[in-house]
Design a protein around this ligand. Structure first.
Ligand SMILES: [Zn+2]
Length: 405
């Protein structure tokens, strides 16, 4: 707390009045505003650079792997490259093996912060811990050396609340695909457990980055499992959870920076992507490897729909690098804004809006609404039973009214 406040207010108490003897307060305010402005611009630039770095890394991986677009003649399977075209393709029974790939954007309407990104305030109170860089919070090497920040900074607020958040309409749309026998697999980058809570079957779900639902001991020869509930009790007492057997620190079963994805992830990719007849990408800017290169693992004619608030990063980064080099980079990526597009559709908007729109084109909208209402009622009742009504999650109802366009 003190750490976060010092930058703006720290000087006031000590030297504010005496130092301002020779200066008027307007000049001081102006100087403060100017420095805040510089800091904000610097942060913006850092974010932009991070995006470009991610994009360049993506391109290099694709370059090393060689182009995935084969020379074979491509064929457009959608009647039109629009959401309507995708809806008709599903409605006409042309796909039975849909793969969904989702990122943080699918959970934001549930109130979950995109806490790996730099704009959420999560990193604001890191200064007092002197982390080498903000991402150290999720670095396995740093966690092993110093687990304290992980358990004491705001990320703790997040996993302490896992179980209280409600899945979003977009999660239920994916459950509906599963119920209708159309879902081959659901790949999620999220560690918020909402996919499972929405009822998407566990055998249809690949948790690419693990989840906070389960934990285990870091001890090499121990690895005893612990539940989130057990960890919560310890963390609530402001202590670091340690193994009752060997005293090592307990870690969540999420994938930290510096760790590779599970064998299960790679096996599933090998099995699934060749069979995919419709790829739906939700709430991700496709900036994290290896997740982002999966879009090129589906067959060459398989339609790909992306529903996201922003244009994906791979295209942005290509545009940026391309314009810097003065050439048009044509690495395999989504083609929705290219002249030679024959299979990609982009819906730029929220995941909930996109899913409601698609559901409505399919005639599934009422079913989806009822499903969200019913499930939210159940989880509301369950959480009221647990917390005696201390929390009210009203976002679900708001979401229902939102996408009626
Ligand atoms: Zn242990």
């Amino acid at each position: 707390m003190q750490g976060g406040d010092t930058a703006a207010g720290g000087d006031d108490g000590k030297s504010g009045s005496s130092a301002s003897g020779g200066l008027n307060s307007e000049a001081i305010n102006e100087a403060l505003n100017a420095s805040a402005d510089v800091e904000r611009k610097w942060k913006e630039m850092e974010n932009k650079m991070a995006q470009i770095q991610a994009g360049v890394a993506n391109m290099l991986v694709q370059l090393v792997a060689g182009p995935n677009e084969p020379a074979e003649k491509t064929q457009q399977l959608l009647d039109e490259l629009t959401l309507q075209g995708v809806a008709k393709y599903i409605h006409d029974g042309k796909c039975r093996n849909i793969i969904t790939m989702v990122g943080a954007g699918i959970s934001t309407s549930a109130g979950i912060p995109d806490f790996r990104s730099k704009n959420t305030g999560l990193y604001d109170n890191l200064k007092e811990y002197n982390l080498p860089s903000p991402s150290s919070l999720f670095s396995i090497d740093y966690f092993k050396k110093n687990p304290e920040p992980f358990f004491k900074i705001r990320v703790r607020d997040f996993y302490m609340k896992v179980g209280e958040y409600q899945p979003t309409p977009a999660h239920y749309f994916i459950k509906m695909l599963a119920d209708k026998g159309l879902l081959l697999r659901h790949y999620t980058q999220n560690i918020d457990t909402l996919d499972t809570r929405a009822g998407i079957p566990e055998d249809k779900t690949v948790l690419a980055h693990g989840s906070f639902a389960s934990w285990h001991c870091l001890g090499e020869d121990c690895k005893t499992s612990y539940t989130l509930e057990w960890v919560k009790k310890i963390v609530n007492d402001d202590k670091i959870p340690r193994c009752t057997k060997c005293k090592s620190v307990i870690r969540p079963d999420i994938v930290f920076f510096g760790e590779s994805l599970s064998a299960n992830f790679h096996e599933s990719v090998e099995q699934d992507f060749g069979k995919c007849d419709l790829l739906i990408i939700l709430g991700t800017s496709l900036s994290v490897q290896p997740f982002c290169s999966l879009i090129n693992r589906v067959p060459v004619n398989t339609p790909r729909l992306i529903i996201n608030k922003d244009k994906p990063n791979d295209t942005l980064a290509q545009d940026a690098v391309g314009s810097f080099l003065g050439i048009d980079l044509q690495f395999p990526s989504l083609l929705f804004d290219k002249d030679d597009n024959y299979r990609d559709v982009a819906y730029i908007g929220t995941c909930d809006d996109g899913c409601y729109k698609l559901a409505s084109l399919l005639g599934w909208q009422d079913h989806l609404k009822r499903m969200v209402e019913k499930e939210h009622q159940v989880t509301d009742e369950a959480s009221r039973g647990k917390t005696h009504g201390s929390k009210c999650h009203s976002h679900g109802a708001n979401q229902l009214e939102g996408p009626s366009k």
